[in-house]
Design a protein around this ligand. Structure first.
Ligand code: AMP
Ligand code: GLY
Length: 428
């Protein structure tokens, strides 16, 4: 059995969960995480390299005979890491080419792609500074609320949902005037869709082969009952009750297959994870967005439920040959509850000492914004720890995470106590 040296890029809860899973593989020789965080060194060696420093990555790959690069976050993918490295002899890269990464890097491209391939999504038009007046006219043809999206990457902040037409017109001007820098030089305006969202992940090999990973739902708002500002994600649950066989059949036929075919028709190489942000509109799945990586905090629950060897699956995808590789899924329910810093998603203090993680027995604690100095672990970001558990029901898994959270302390710790409760209501 070939064993692989793997370099994982990123530093969040998602990368902790990927590292945790990769570390369990009998196929692993050695795992490096660049740059990693205060917890990823449990699974491999942290290396102080930025995921965007391709020159340093080149050197490191040669020095350590890396066999496979796994890209956690979107920035290196959108910057073209696949194209830079995939032709290096003996090196595999899990991820899309730069052209494929545009599904996340440009919302205008993603919308054109969906229309071209008849993939269900909200009606839209795109505008630039030259066409701002037409943009206002288009807004007037839509019903409130109005959805305005910066075309380019904006660290998850580029979507505005506005109730009032005058305000939407003003926001359009501000976005085109540089509210999100170059990212909002083009703005996508689209129809508002109403329904419950879920995240579907697909691992594809670029040759028509794919596997659908466990479906998850994330909780974006800071406050209980989905109130207050958006965050990077306060928790997640998998499975998702409404993503049943009937719904998933529609997702596969109307969205996954046409996406994979559409990429291939355009000659776009895509050997990695596709993240479909979906909304369930009265039983019909529609695409809200594509991402070209796994979700965070969805990965923290998805990894808990994947029973098969992830290294094996990723290697096959990167080689363009998923063939008959099995993806086995644990039927249990997984939840993750994100412990965040006081003040997040606004300004917050860092450097608070964290205690109690070693007391946790019922959950897996994935580090996100943490750092380690000697034995001391402290906070270094807004989202600090993803406390993740498997159980026989949402409630069973949640009770474990909440009991574990009782044991963990840092100054100003905050978390939502209602993760998954909306899905529980649907169950009844
Ligand atoms: P995005 O960055 O495209 O995922 O958008 C961020 C969030 O805005 C999504 O997760 C949705 O909650 C919301 N959103 C985006 N587009 C729409 C839409 N067309 N209708 C309703 N909500 C939307
Ligand atoms: N949880 C949503 C994302 O990763 O973009």
């Amino acid at each position: 059995m070939d064993k692989l040296n793997i370099l994982l890029l990123g530093s969040g809860g998602r990368e902790s969960a990927l590292a945790w899973k990769i570390a369990q593989s009998p196929r692993l020789k050695k795992l490096y995480i660049a740059p990693g965080n205060g917890g990823t060194d449990q699974y491999g060696e942290n290396v102080a390299i930025s995921p965007l420093d391709f020159e340093a990555i080149h050197k490191f790959v040669d020095e350590k005979s890396i066999d496979m690069i796994v890209v956690g976050n979107e920035d290196p993918l959108v910057a073209g890491i696949y194209d830079q490295f995939a032709n290096k002899p003996g090196l595999l890269v899990v991820g899309p080419s730069k052209a494929g990464a545009a599904l996340e890097g440009s919302k205008d491209f993603a919308k054109q792609f969906m229309v071209e391939n008849n993939i269900p999504t909200a009606r839209y038009q795109s505008f630039t500074a030259e066409t701002v007046e037409e943009g206002k006219k288009f807004l007037a043809t839509l019903k409130a609320p109005y959805v305005l999206k910066a075309d380019g990457l904006a660290a998850g902040k580029g979507v505005l949902i506005i109730d009032n037409l005058d305000e939407a017109c003003r926001s359009l001007e501000e976005m085109l005037g540089g509210m999100f820098g170059k990212s909002s030089a083009t703005v996508v305006i689209e129809e508002f869709l109403s329904g419950i969202e879920c995240s579907v992940f697909v691992l594809t090999d670029g040759n028509g082969g794919y596997r659908i990973l466990p479906v998850a739902k994330d909780y974006k708002r800071i406050g209980e009952g989905d109130t207050g500002p958006n965050t990077g994600g306060m928790g997640a649950v998998s499975p998702v009750i409404f993503a049943n066989d009937e719904f998933m059949k529609k997702v596969e036929e109307r969205i996954i297959k046409p996406t994979i075919k559409g990429l291939s028709d355009r000659g776009i190489i895509y050997r990695g994870f596709i993240f479909l942000g979906l909304i369930n509109v009265e039983g019909e799945p529609m695409v809200i967005e594509y991402n070209v990586r796994m979700g965070d905090p969805e990965t923290e629950v998805v990894m808990l439920r994947i029973a098969s060897d992830l290294v094996d699956l990723m290697e096959a995808a990167a080689k363009g040959n998923l063939g008959d590789k099995k993806l086995e899924i644990n039927p249990k329910t997984a939840v993750t509850v994100m412990a965040v810093s006081k003040g997040y998603p606004g300004s917050y203090e860092k450097g608070k000492a964290i205690s109690g993680i070693d007391q946790v027995t019922e959950s897996t604690v994935f580090h996100a914004g943490t750092k380690k100095d000697g034995q001391l672990i402290s906070t270094s970001g807004g989202r600090v720890l993803a406390v993740s558990s498997l159980g026989n029901s949402i409630d069973d898994a949640l009770q474990k995470s909440y009991r574990s959270l009782e044991k963990i302390e840092f100054e100003g710790i905050n978390y939502r106590r209602d993760i998954g409760r909306d899905l529980e209501k649907l169950e009844k």
